[in-house]
Design a protein around this ligand. Sequence first.
Ligand SMILES: NC(=O)c1ccc[n+]([C@@H]2O[C@H](COP(=O)([O-])OP(=O)(O)OC[C@H]3O[C@@H](n4cnc5c(N)ncnc54)[C@H](OP(=O)(O)O)[C@@H]3O)[C@@H](O)[C@H]2O)c1
Length: 324
Amino acid sequence: MKAVQITEHGDAEVLHYVDTEVPRPGPGQVRVRVRAAGLNPADTYMVRGGYEFFHNPLPWVPGFDSAGDVDALGEGVSGLAVGDRVFVAGIPAGGHGAFAQYHVADARVVRPLPDAVDYPEGAALGVPYLTAYRALFQRADLRPGETVLIHGASGGVGQACVQFARAHGARVIATAGTTEGLALASRQGAHVAVDHSTPEHVAELHELAPDGIDVVVEMAASSNLEADLGLLGRDGRVVVVGARTPVEITPRLVMRTEAAVLGVALWNITPEQTHQALSAIGAGLENGTLAPYVGHRLPLERIADAFALVTTGHRLGKVVLTVA
Ligand SMILES: NC(=O)c1ccc[n+]([C@@H]2O[C@H](COP(=O)([O-])OP(=O)(O)OC[C@H]3O[C@@H](n4cnc5c(N)ncnc54)[C@H](OP(=O)(O)O)[C@@H]3O)[C@@H](O)[C@H]2O)c1
């Protein structure tokens, strides 16, 4: 089969499109004929090496998230049949290898893909939608009627947060750094969208929530954490999803509102929490409240271009690799 493989760590130049063996599903596993695979920032961290959550052996086929058709079942798998349309969310089961024509995954993270959802959309679900669910509900305990700020709503995780929070009955304030990103956040269900690239945006957020924001989901804590703490209302929660460099904060801001700063690392999700999150994703796909926007579709052999898209500049929605 064709696959993307690395034999050393580095930038896009270490990603090779090669012929390799079709993997066999072991007990409790499913083999999926991949039609699309989602590219996440975590893939780029792992390709570069030194990622704190997972150390991949070399040679290695990256990719956690895919969508396609069940091709073979390992011993003991029930509830799925050859030919079923499915999506795969690999991380909770430590799975990888999605950037290939065939992807073997633990059956517990392989879920039905409704007919109305195409394969690239299915490949956009795994890491982003699990992370969004974990941030909003398993960490911040977002309640209907609360005000939530999704700081970075134009990307893979952010759009999922907007959709989940809106369906849950929260008032949703979203940010993005481009006109297209702001329009996307509004289409996804944000009640109001604010441009985080302007110096005035923090004042604008204060005006939008004079009594304070209940929950902030933060994709860029290194830029925003101090301002986030100043925006919170009583018992507010900031959930740090993304952060790349250290940041200085004023601890008194946390005291003032008895706020909580919570972290998310999808790698810590338990099997029970994964089951809950995947069940919520399945329900949202069925009732139409969840619908990932794929802004960039590139064939698998153009992995280097896709990698560059994820590591530089603005993207819109999700970056997905299509697999012939
Ligand atoms: N902790 C975890 O378990 C976990 C899981 C998944 C992802 N992550 C991390 O979460 C982050 C987002 O992931 P993703 O897949 O959504 O990435 P993505 O698709 O590349 O989206 C990045 C988002 O960050 C926004 N952003 C950039 N600068 C910002 C700023 N100064 N303030 C607010 N938002 C800003 C972007 O908005 P514009 O482009 O419109 O400016 C965009 O909406 C990444 O750092 C990723 O590594 C963490």
